[in-house]
Design a protein around this ligand. Structure first.
Ligand code: SAM
Length: 250
């Protein structure tokens, strides 16, 4: 069965309040309450990409499906840019995105940033997680897996974002999709601020954790910076927050 997105009758299309409501409904509503989930599960490219990534990711299924839809149906509607992930842990979601991107968008790289040694110190006023969480990563095995899969479009960047992001942005130049999956408030804040100037017009900023019960610090960053300060409205709140970057528009 061919994968396609349903048309929503009578709904206005286009950008309004810095997001495309129509497209948000097409993905979120159809995934949550329509039949889109079953169709994605049956899609050959989704199945292949999930098969190679599944033993290395803790990302939720619907989140992965939504990213798949963004890559499959929406990335080619916006200007060219690379993909960056803040928080890759054992590499699963980065492998998933790189596998799909390699087949749909030759030339797009996925930069996967992580300490690959777990969380830095956390502030217990906002974040429930602790220093050292997610430290069970073997970088050599991860790199060997990338070599085995011939994912030469996936670049692992080891270190705290604060020390690595500047070089990555200089190398990438333009970003079309930022996947922010780093759980704690300072890391989420740094990622957003660090990638924002490099986002292409209409680029996607996806927050994996900001609507998760264990990550209220991440929620607070979205509320403070994106909603209050930058005046953004989200294009989706389910299965994760999706915002669009319009740096040069009023
Ligand atoms: C939830 S995990 C990522 C999950 C992953 N995307 C997956 O597919 O399973 C969060 C990651 O963020 C990383 N992290 C958090 N703060 C960081 C920072 N300031 N610099 C580098 N990595 C950081 C942690 O090391 C951890 O691996």
């Amino acid at each position: 069965m061919e994968l396609y997105l349903p048309e929503l009758k009578g709904m206005a299309k286009g950008i309004r309040n810095k997001r495309n409501v129509y497209e948000g409904y097409q993905r979120g509503w159809e995934l949550q309450f329509g039949g889109l989930k079953e169709k994605v599960l049956g899609d050959p490219l989704y199945k292949e990409a999930f098969a190679v990534a599944q033993d290395r990711t803790i990302m939720g299924e619907e989140n992965r499906m939504n990213i798949f839809l963004l890559l499959r149906f929406f990335l080619d509607k916006i200007p060219f840019g690379h993909i960056v992930e803040y928080g890759s842990y054992r590499g699963g979601s980065a492998i998933f995105m790189a596998y799909v991107a390699q087949r749909l968008y030759p030339g797009i790289k996925v930069f996967a940033l992580d300490s690959f040694e777990g969380m830095p110190a956390t502030d217990k006023n906002a974040d429930a997680h602790n220093a050292g969480d997610f430290s069970d990563v073997d970088m050599d095995k991860l790199q060997a897996r990338l070599d085995e899969l011939k994912l030469d479009n996936l670049v692992l960047v080891k270190g705290f974002f604060e020390n690595t992001n500047e070089d990555v942005m200089a190398q990438a130049g333009k970003i079309s999709l930022a996947h922010i999956d780093c759980v704690i408030a300072p890391a989420v804040k740094y990622s957003y601020e660090g990638v924002k100037p490099f986002m292409v017009d209409g680029g996607y900023i996806v927050f994996d954790d900001a609507t998760v019960s264990s990550c209220i610090g991440a929620t607070e960053v979205v509320e403070d910076l994106l909603i209050r300060r930058d005046g953004l409205n989200s294009e989706q709140i389910w299965p994760h927050f999706v915002f669009r970057a319009f740096n040069n528009r009023a």
